[in-house]
Design a binder for this molecule. Structure first.
Ligand code: SF4
Length: 441
């Protein structure tokens, strides 16, 4: 990696509470995608001005703010109410990079991506690369903390972003409520270590809906479950306290889905990786979870070719896969991230060995995933619609996160809308995707 600096965006928010909600929504997306917010216009890579155009005085204030951002930075994207009158903006400030109107989140994000492309690094980022291009309005990432208290030897996040800093629970919940009010049907909870939420603030309670609720993983999950939308938990480690969310999944309050980046299945490699919860009896835990919640989908990521990985340790990884029978799995070949401790702890695995292990890993997992998908044929499942193209709809079951997991191709007797949740009878499965017909709304 050459330049580890996250791209910086300056942000000016003007106008009424509705505009503020828009601003917060854009800022959330920017942060989820790895952009940093700049304190000063001068240090930013681009500045977004969310304008108000309600009164003449508000228009003048917005035009002034655009002018100030152009003088101090030069690269400015305009959004918000005044954006509905692009001619007026261009007449005053012909140099603005892009103009979008109120609530045009996707258009603002597209303009930011064009002005300052997001940096994607599979070892560092929480949001998948494909997800960066466009996050439709019916689902949204909800970031609950920054930084990380773990010290995995292949990772430099704690050095780059510092130790864990959890947001107060009420703060997270207010953002979640705003997103739901704005039409979001699915919240994707993200952080570097979701199960560690609140450790740094000693689980301090804050008030939400008239109750004092501690900032703890389980309480947060239960509070989010009250919002009546799909809630999907990412980056959870298999600590004993995670057991408590499984009944919520079995009761249908949370999506029966856990994204647990195991990274390896060999105890000695996990030790060298310094992975959190590596000592926990993971396989026994998984099987208990499945007894409580048989519908549970487990997704994970793994690294093959970690420094010093022997053939025996790799075999332990394959044995782990066979026994864990995870539903969805991603795999990376180890890459030395500059500054990571792992680079010096053992000899690197030669590239051709890495590639061969990657191939064997994928082969083993594909058979497992295909078998698991096949078992779904004949079932009726709620499906959220992500895309409608030429009358054909593509969605996801509760077991599929956007962008990283599979899809279900849906036929229906009436046109489906993006963000709609329908009951679909699953008729067929291939290696990655499902096919079915709507049987209820
Ligand atoms: S849990 Fe490990 S890999 Fe993840 S951010 Fe923390 S140190 Fe990095």
């Amino acid at each position: 990696m050459n330049d580890l600096r996250a791209p910086k965006v300056g942000f000016v928010s003007l106008g009424c509470p509705k505009a503020l909600v828009d601003s917060e929504r854009i800022v959330t997306r920017l942060r989820a995608e790895g952009y940093e917010l700049a304190r000063e216009h001068a240090g930013a890579d681009v500045v977004v001005v969310n304008t108000c155009g309600f009164l003449d005085s508000a228009k003048a204030e917005s035009l002034d703010a655009i002018g100030a951002a152009l003088t101090e930075n030069g690269r400015v994207i305009v959004t918000g109410c005044l954006g509905a009158e692009p001619d007026e903006i261009r007449a005053a400030h012909p140099k603005v990079l892009a103009i979008t109107g109120p609530q045009q989140y996707e258009a603002v994000m597209a303009a930011v991506h064009e002005a300052v492309p997001p940096k994607h690094d599979p070892f560092l980022d929480l949001v998948p690369e494909q997800g960066i291009k466009l996050t439709p309005r019916h689902y949204s990432y909800l970031k609950i903390s920054e930084g990380c208290n773990n010290r995995c030897s292949f990772c430099i996040i704690p050095r780059l972003r510092g130790d864990l800093v959890s947001r107060p629970l009420a703060d997270v919940m207010r953002e979640a409520e705003r997103l739901v009010k704005a039409g979001v049907k699915e919240l994707l909870v993200i952080s570097q270590d979701t199960s560690a939420y609140g450790v740094d603030i000693k689980y301090a309670a804050s008030e939400w809906r008239g109750r004092e609720i501690p900032a703890r993983f389980v309480e947060l999950a239960a509070a989010l479950a009250e919002l009546g939308v799909w809630v999907r938990l990412h980056y959870v480690y298999p600590y004993p306290h995670v057991d408590a969310v499984i009944p919520l999944m079995a009761e249908g309050r949370l999506l029966p889905y856990l994204d647990i980046p195991f990274q390896h299945g060999s105890p000695t490699v996990l030790k060298r990786m310094k992975r959190p919860a590596a000592q926990e009896k993971t396989l026994a835990r998984i099987s208990r979870w499945r007894e409580i919640c048989p519908d549970l989908t487990l997704r994970s990521t793994f690294i093959v070719g970690f420094p010093g990985e022997t053939e025996e340790e790799f075999s332990e990884l394959i044995a782990f896969l066979d026994e864990a029978e995870l539903d969805r799995v991603g795999c990376f070949q180890y890459e030395p991230v500059r500054g990571a401790a792992a680079n010096d702890i053992a000899l690197p695995v030669p590239d051709e060995v890495k590639t061969d292990r990657y191939r064997r890993f994928m082969q083993a997992q594909q058979a497992i995933s295909a078998k698991k998908l096949k078992k779904k044929v004949g079932r009726r499942e709620p499906v959220i619609i992500d895309k409608v193209e030429n009358g054909r709809a593509i969605g996801r079951t509760r077991g599929d996160a956007p962008e990283i997991d599979g899809a279900i191709h849906v036929s229906a007797h009436r046109p489906l809308k993006i963000g709609e949740i329908a009951t679909v009878k699953i008729e067929r499965a291939d290696a990655y995707d499902l096919y079915g017909t709507v049987v209820g709304f």
